[in-house]
Design a protein around this ligand. Structure first.
Ligand SMILES: [Zn+2]
Ligand SMILES: [Zn+2]
Length: 265
């Protein structure tokens, strides 16, 4: 086996042991939203459909949540919810949770970087993350996730940038807004005409990640891919309830986040 194949086997075995008990791979195809991967009888869920109707191709070109969070389960906190919360606890972040989520990003970009590039037509040249309202700078754990993106086979120029807070950063409106974030002047030339990979932790409505996409497209980025750890599902939402009550199928890092199955190439 090649060293690349060995690394892929090792990292997927490690993730199976670390997060396989509570994370399942996101799914695509019939019964799942093609954008956010939420269980939904339609090709697009309600939120993604209305975002598409408003913003069209100014939204992210591809959105890749890796796993599902089983949120707001009746009477208990599922470990998947605990993990995505504890990794960014403001006072006592869990080192274990941080390490697990970082490994998921490293594995996804190492194993499936070529798939993300295949779908986008080119490799990413710029990496950023969705800033947090409370800690928009690069001290937030999401910035640490972005640092774990693999420089897959030496992508020649892979630059990291940090988006600035925009006027709407404090808005609680869940809809995407082009002015929630801003591209700092010194990075405008960096993103123009480029494929930008945006890293986030949890997709709830997609409002924040899609806001970052709108900001980047407005600044001239040609392609935006969003890679995030988890799609938040909720037992309280009728479209999700049946799915979150099914047993967890252990997370397999070899399953392609682009297709929901085998890699496209
Ligand atoms: Zn959706
Ligand atoms: Zn793949």
């Amino acid at each position: 086996m090649t060293s690349q194949g060995q690394f892929e086997q090792q990292v997927s075995a490690a993730l199976f042991a670390q997060v396989g008990g509570f994370f399942s791979n996101t799914q695509r195809g019939l019964g799942f939203c093609s954008v956010c991967t939420a269980p939904d009888p339609n090709h697009l869920c309600g939120q993604c459909g209305s975002q598409r109707a408003t913003f069209g191709d100014q939204l992210a070109d591809q959105t890749l949540p890796l796993a599902y969070v089983r949120g707001w389960m009746p009477g208990y906190v599922h470990q998947s919810q605990h993990h995505v919360r504890q990794y960014k606890h403001p006072d006592h972040p869990s080192e274990r949770c941080v390490a697990d989520l970082q490994t998921m990003i490293t594995a996804a970009t190492y194993i499936h970087g070529k798939c993300i590039a295949h779908a986008a037509g080119r490799f990413w040249e710029v990496i950023t993350f969705v800033p947090s309202k409370d800690r928009p700078d690069d001290t937030h754990p999401t910035a640490g996730l972005a640092q774990c993106v693999t420089n897959y086979r030496n992508v020649p120029t892979q630059r990291h940038i940090t988006l600035a807070p925009g006027p709407s950063i404090t808005s609680d409106d869940r809809r995407p807004m082009p002015d929630r974030f801003a591209v700092p002047d010194e990075h405008r030339a960096t993103v123009k005409g480029k494929h930008v990979l945006v890293i986030d932790d949890t997709w709830v409505s997609g409002g924040k990640a899609q806001s970052a996409a709108l900001t980047l497209k407005t600044a001239g980025a040609s392609t935006v891919s969003v890679l995030c750890i988890a799609r938040w599902l909720s037992h309280r939402w009728s479209e999700h309830r049946a799915y979150v009550e099914t047993p967890v199928v252990p997370y397999n890092a070899l399953i392609c986040p682009v297709t929901g199955g085998a890699c496209p190439t």
